[in-house]
Write a protein that binds this ligand. Sequence first.
Ligand SMILES: Cc1ncc(COP(=O)(O)O)c(C=O)c1O
Length: 265
Amino acid sequence: MEVNGHKLVYLDNGATSQKPAAVIEALKNYYEAYNANVHRGIHFLSAKATDEYELARRKVATFINAKESGEIVFTRNATEAINLVANSWGLSNLEAGDEIILTVAEHHSAIVPWQLVAQKTGAQLKFVSLTKDEVPDTGALLDMLSRKTKLVVVHHVSNVLASTLPIHDIVHSAHAVGAKVLVDACQSVPHMAVDVQSLGADFLVASSHKMCGPTGVGFLYGKEELLYSMPPFLGGGEMISDVYLDHSTYANPPSRFEAGTPAIG
Ligand SMILES: Cc1ncc(COP(=O)(O)O)c(C=O)c1O
């Protein structure tokens, strides 16, 4: 393609990546050959779509070295994954006096959900600023940790500064004061090996559209025992076990957090 007489070169992969032919072909094949509702039918096409969907979950789990594929929850994007943690874990675990530590370099999608949770719970947001080299001050972050800290929200690689944070060290220190860590890995998962077990993070999020995959899909990684302890975020089909008129019981994770027909791309 030419723009203003020049061959178009696309470099905005941090925002969203173009899709390789293999990805477009896989989507086309799904819509042409086995389009059906995942987890909702017992007919051939639905079983095939469900198998492929669960295979994709296992591939994501392997890609980031999660212990179990059930630790991967598919969402619409990373933003929804963070909102899921904020509304589910955040609203049921935070109260007045608790602190959430973030850096000023977080993406808006990693800041605003926690502002909303803070307004509802009375928890306080504490921001780590930048050093004179314009990178988040990890030393200041570690100094800020205290028994009041319930959550640390940090990027792995920044979309604005390209800084790479020492997640393993941050997790180690956060866990020592009893805090959980949510890692925004939107910019790291597409570019470097990310191993959730060695990082030790409690939650990690990323978006498919930034890593050559379809738009409309993201994922939340959460440690199995944490996901099991969390209430649903969105209500609807697939996330339930039994539905009565006055209440419902919920499916186990990851289904508990995947209400409605999932995005395929
Ligand atoms: C570091 C980081 N976090 C979160 C997001 C939000 O991703 P999405 O809009 O796919 O939810 C982005 C997108 O630019 C990002 O770069």
